[in-house]
Ligand binder design. Structure first.
Ligand code: NAI
Ligand code: MG
Length: 490
């Protein structure tokens, strides 16, 4: 990683990448980089403002207008993405360790994130020259055809929960289609994004194609989403910030992709294979400390097996342990004190409202006092109108519901403002199909949950979970626009 100098306390001063150069913020301001496992500062990143964002957007616009990038044969763009995939593989241990330290996620999750990241660059490297337009039936004497063209400069605002993966899902698709990029990673987790921009430079991407500007959301993020030279904006994060970003992009009438989280149900019918379901139900909410947009945060259980499922989940929750990222326990610390306070506040309110706690996990007793740990909580039956039943907690907190039959299952599953992912557990084949169609979610898993990366699978929300689709070939359509050309040769 490019640094000015190691400080006497060993703190690393990291530089963002604008126009192929590693630079500080124009103001000279810095943001402390904190490890959530101990709350200690170990590096700093530039605190960029509108001026830095303007420089980065201009670099990206120049790379698009006059550079080789959008005019390069698609196969060449694909080869560069494949080279980036190989560099991710080569530097995988360093990237995984950096991601874990910056976010507090257990070491194996950092490694899983690297594995998914290199798959994104591999997939989109291979896809770059396999997307094409049509020739269209039209009037006699005419030939009509379509081309898929890049938007231009894509502004990507990335959250802190899966920085490497979410950057890769944006960058893979955007770059494959010939766009240039300005990425604003989250202030709490920017190190791997900077590292990826450095690796893109090493891979041979032309200067200005892959820019990373670090800074606060309200400053650098807001400036990026409002910049008139940004042609398309993509965002993953909270619905409130999504609204602010869409309002800013609307001032320039620009297109947006929004991935805004969920309150995803797992629906367990009485005939489900519980031995298969139980570990998946737990993992779907514990992975990454529950800080996952697709977390399975509501478990709906058919009444005849409710008691059995609730007590089996309670047993498992009671055994969960949170601890430092390098101890690689069930979960790590949460990202920052604000997130910990938010999760703790929502849990306290639910308890005050009388929702029963069925089990709590533990925090390893020897953790550093400064870490942002929160022990997992399993709530028993929750009224569907309760806040904890409707709002995303983004922490290791699971709520249970019971239902009688398919109608009630559908009503409960669809009874929030979100619609990102759903899991359906039943051996009845016809019911699998009926339920999969009736549940409003961008992805539905039957007798399983979560994609483990799932680079090939289109992903995105209904309702408040957002709009637009990422991953798979669908992302290539979002990251480009159709141009129709008509020849009159009559
Ligand atoms: P956030 O949505 O505010 O932050 C995500 C990204 O947006 C960061 O890069 C941030 O710097 C940027 N940002 C913030 N304000 C901005 C603005 N006005 N203009 C442009 N960019 C801006 O999320 P935050 O505050 O970190 O977390 C709050 C809650 O959001 C969490 O508790 C969780 O419920 C949800 N969340 C959901 C995520 C998901 O994957 N769906 C990811 C992160 C947070
Ligand atoms: Mg951090």
């Amino acid at each position: 990683m490019d640094m000015d100098r190691p400080e006497t306390d060993g703190r690393r001063i990291v530089r963002q990448v604008i126009g192929g150069k590693s630079v500080a913020a124009s103001s000279g301001s810095e943001i402390d980089v904190v490890c959530p496992s101990d709350g200690l500062v170990f590096a700093s990143i530039p605190a960029s403002d509108a001026e830095d964002v303007d420089r980065a957007v201009r670099a990206a616009a120049a790379a698009f207008e006059t550079g080789p990038w959008p005019r390069m044969p698609a196969v060449e763009r694909g080869r560069l993405l494949t080279r980036l995939c190989h560099l991710v593989e080569k530097n995988g241990d360093e990237l995984a360790a950096l991601e874990s330290r910056d976010t507090g996620k257990p070491a194996r999750q950092g490694k899983a994130d690297v594995a998914a990241t290199l798959r994104y660059y591999e997939f989109y490297g291979g896809a770059a020259d396999k997307i094409h337009g049509d020739t269209l039936p039209f009037l006699d004497g005419y030939t009509a055809l379509t081309l898929r063209e890049p938007h231009g400069v894509v502004g990507g605002i990335i959250p802190w929960n899966y920085p490497l993966q979410i950057l890769a899902r944006v960058a893979g698709a955007a770059l494959a289609m010939g766009n240039t990029l300005v990425i604003k990673p989250a202030e709490d987790a920017s190190l791997t994004a900077v590292r990826m921009a450095e690796l893109a430079r090493e891979a041979g991407f032309p200067d200005g194609v892959f820019n990373v500007v670090t800074g606060y959301g309200g400053e650098a993020g807001a400036a990026l989403s409002a910049h008139p030279l940004v042609d398309y904006v993509t965002f993953t994060g909270s619905p409130a910030t999504g609204t602010a970003i869409q309002q800013a992009a609307a001032l320039n009438n620009r297109g947006v992709t929004m991935e805004l989280g969920g309150k995803s149900p797992q629906i367990v019918f009485a005939d489900a294979d519980l031995d298969k379901a139980l570990p998946v139900l737990v993992n779907a909410i514990i992975q990454n400390g529950g800080q996952t947009c697709s977390a399975g945060s509501r478990v709906l259980v058919e009444r005849p097996v409710y008691e059995a499922v609730a007590s089996a989940l309670a047993e498992r929750f009671a055994r969960l342990v949170a601890g430092p990222h390098d101890a690689d326990l069930d979960l790590g610390a949460l990202i920052n004190p604000r997130q910990k306070a938010r999760v703790a506040g929502m849990v306290a309110d639910a308890e005050k409202a009388g929702i029963p706690v069925l089990a709590r996990g533990a925090i390893r007793p020897d953790v550093r006092a400064g870490g942002y740990y929160f022990a997992p909580v399993l709530f028993g039956t929750v009224d569907p109108s309760a806040t904890i039943a409707r709002e995303e907690v983004f922490g290791p907190v699971l709520t249970l519901f019971s239902f009688d039959g398919e109608e009630e299952a559908v009503r409960l599953a669809n009874g929030t403002d979100y619609g990102l992912v759903a899991g359906i557990w039943t051996k009845d084949g016809a019911r699998q199909h009926r339920m999969a169609k009736r549940v409003r979610a961008g992805q539905v898993f039957v007798n399983g949950y979560g994609a483990g990366g799932g680079i090939e699978l289109p992903f995105g929300g209904f309702k408040r979970s957002g709009h637009g689709r990422e991953k798979g070939f669908e992302a290539l359509y979002d990251m480009s626009a159709t141009k129709t050309i008509v020849f009159n040769h009559g």
